[in-house]
Write a protein that binds this ligand. Structure first.
Ligand SMILES: *[C@@H]1O[C@H](CO)[C@@H](O)[C@H](O)[C@H]1NC(C)=O
Ligand SMILES: *[C@@H]1O[C@H](CO)[C@@H](O)[C@H](O)[C@H]1NC(C)=O
Ligand SMILES: *[C@@H]1O[C@H](CO)[C@@H](O)[C@H](O)[C@H]1NC(C)=O
Ligand SMILES: *[C@@H]1O[C@H](CO)[C@@H](O)[C@H](O)[C@H]1NC(C)=O
Ligand SMILES: [Cu+2]
Length: 240
């Protein structure tokens, strides 16, 4: 009896391990309209070496997704280091202590205990760490950089404790994960319910031709951006 019980448990365990490596994150509904959390980077960077000129400038803003499902993020960054990209950013578990120690923000928000490796596959975002925003929605490949997207797995209500971001922080990293700067989320004046973007989509921004490529690997992105920007101008010139 005991043997068969143990065998059954072992089988269930093995099947579980093979069938499902990760627990998919829950979609969060009931995020309240009119609640807006914003985290704005400080004037001084945490990582002071390298090619920084002052600090990276930018913010991550969070409000309810369409119908309260998920969180719409509006992110903007500029004044990036000229090397060490493409840069990544995540929601981190703990807030930033006074003094700005980004190490003390601890690990990524990961209520489903997925862990760091292998890296997030953006085609299966439910299996990524909920806080891995650049893993799911794109690394920072231009300066300035803006993006807007809805993450179904984030929360701005304390009822959903693990994925709640209001008492946490985000960290901005070099590609090699070294922490450059970080900021806490704070309640901000609510934003009107204006444009919402499709779940999981990035804002369709045209990269301005002045965009500076921030790493060799990104010159293609910058070139494509320039082409996208130039083609309509050519078309217009032919038209008039
Ligand atoms: C914003 O308004 C639209 C249209 O009225 C609605 O479909 C959407 O759910 C609203 N957004 C939120 C966050 O409630
Ligand atoms: C990460 O990259 C930055 C920029 O290139 C560099 O200054 C820093 O020393 C690197 N950190 C590690 C741990 O290699
Ligand atoms: C920053 O925080 C980490 C983790 O809490 C700690 O080990 C480290 O000593 C702190 N650094 C400074 C300069 O306080
Ligand atoms: C943030 O709030 C949530 C919900 O109340 C809680 O579960 C979590 O432990 C809090 N985290 C920190 C760092 O205070
Ligand atoms: Cu991080």
């Amino acid at each position: 009896m005991r043997f068969s019980q143990i065998s059954a448990l072992a089988l269930v365990g093995a099947a579980g391990a093979f069938a499902q490596e990760y627990i998919p994150a829950d979609v969060v509904s009931g995020n309240p309209e009119g609640v807006n959390y914003v985290a704005t980077l400080p004037v001084q960077p945490f990582f002071k070496a390298g090619s920084l000129n002052g600090n990276v400038k930018g913010s991550v803003s969070a409000k309810a997704g369409p119908g309260g499902v998920g969180v719409q993020f509006d992110v903007q960054f500029s004044n990036l280091p000229t090397e060490g990209g493409p840069f990544i950013y995540h929601l981190h578990v703990a807030p930033v202590p006074s003094g700005g120690n980004c190490t003390a923000t601890l690990a990524h928000v990961d209520p489903f205990k997925r862990g760091e490796e292998p890296p997030c596959d953006p085609s299966t975002p439910a299996l990524c760490q909920t806080g891995d925003l650049s893993g799911k929605f794109g690394k920072i490949t231009s300066d300035p950089f803006t993006a807007s997207y809805v993450d179904p797995y984030s929360s701005i209500t304390e009822d959903v404790g693990g994925s709640f971001l209001g008492n946490r922080s985000f960290v901005f990293h070099f590609a090699n994960k070294t922490r450059i700067t970080c900021a806490d989320f704070h309640l901000a004046p609510s934003q009107p319910n204006t444009t919402v973007y499709p779940t999981g989509s990035a804002l369709p921004t045209v990269v301005p031709p002045t965009t500076v490529p921030i790493a060799a690997g990104n010159s293609l992105v910058a070139t494509l951006g320039a082409v996208v920007a130039v083609v309509p101008v050519l078309a217009w010139t032919l038209f008039i």
